[in-house]
Design a protein around this ligand. Structure first.
Ligand code: DGL
Length: 278
């Protein structure tokens, strides 16, 4: 597989753009082929079997279009399909999910009272609690990890309401329902936004959490993992002297996708409709 080949990356919609953007900053010579499965969004309310079958089909599609690596830029799909996608594409194609790199980074950090928010699918899978407990044990420590589903956030963000006045009360209601203290001796030390849509609502999250709770920056952590994994197998693209043109495709054309892609990558984006599902 040539290092000049693009990196395939997918999510249910616009959330994975937060990861794509971080990857484009960490690896400026790389070309990205992004696929947003807008026809099936939200993944977070679907069964693991369905999300796994869609993820396998999308990975196959990205490989057919010549991608050298696959980033599963969706927590719900990472929880349901990482091992299935990795076995389907085989050992020569790096598959990077968005859960494991964050778990390793957080376990190596000092926070031990950790909250995780995400879709029903991600939180229901228990993937963060399980993986964090194991990773912390390997670091010789233990933590208190509490996971809470926040299913309204991704649809609000997909709607373009990341800065809407409704965001803060909705986030606050979920924090209250989870019973998390944000101040005082029992306060959370860190919060993992366990959905790739959530960094789009960073300001609202920061305003609700205040200064005492560290917000984990998943997209940057994942981008560093992508760099390390490509470097390890000599697949990192070098400078080509030509402008890098990313490709963005969706299974259903939506205004919110175009708006968000332009927000991250400028107005000159190449947005296509890939009717994967007929
Ligand atoms: N961005 C996806 C994630 O990280 C989920 C949004 C959805 O429910 O489709 O889980």
């Amino acid at each position: 597989m040539a290092s000049e080949a693009p990196i395939g990356i997918f999510d249910s919609g616009i959330g994975g753009l937060t990861v794509a953007h971080a990857v484009s900053l960490a690896l400026p010579n790389e070309r990205l082929h992004y696929f947003g499965d807008t026809a099936h969004m939200p993944y977070g309310d679907r069964s693991p079997e369905l999300v796994k079958s869609w993820s396998l089909r999308i990975a196959e599609h990205l490989l057919d279009s010549g991608c050298k690596a696959i980033i599963i830029a969706c927590n719900s799909a990472s929880a349901a399909a990482t091992s299935a996608v990795a076995s389907a594409v085989g050992p020569s194609v790096p598959v990077i999910d968005v859960v494991n790199p964050v778990v390793s980074a957080v376990a190596k950090g000092s926070a031990r009272r950790i909250g995780v928010i995400g879709t029903r699918a991600t939180i229901g899978s228990g993937v963060y609690g399980r993986a964090l407990s194991i990773a912390m044990e390997q670091e010789g420590s233990a933590g208190r990890i509490e996971e809470w589903p926040t299913p309204l956030l991704a649809p609000l963000i997909e709607e373009g309401w990341h800065d809407h006045a409704l965001m803060e009360p909705v986030i606050q209601s979920y924090i209250d329902a989870a019973g998390w203290d944000l101040e005082g001796p029992d306060a959370l030390e860190a919060l993992i936004p366990g959905c790739t849509h959530y960094p789009l609502a960073l300001s609202a999250l920061e305003r609700v959490l205040g200064k005492g709770v560290a917000l984990i920056d998943g997209p940057s952590i994942v981008a560093q993992e992508v760099k390390a994994r490509l470097d390890a197998v000599n697949l990192t693209a070098g400078p080509s002297g030509q402008e890098k043109k990313h490709r963005f495709a969706v299974s259903d054309l939506t205004a919110s996708f175009a708006r968000s892609a332009e927000r991250f990558f400028g107005s000159d984006i190449d947005l296509q409709h890939d009717p994967l599902w007929g």
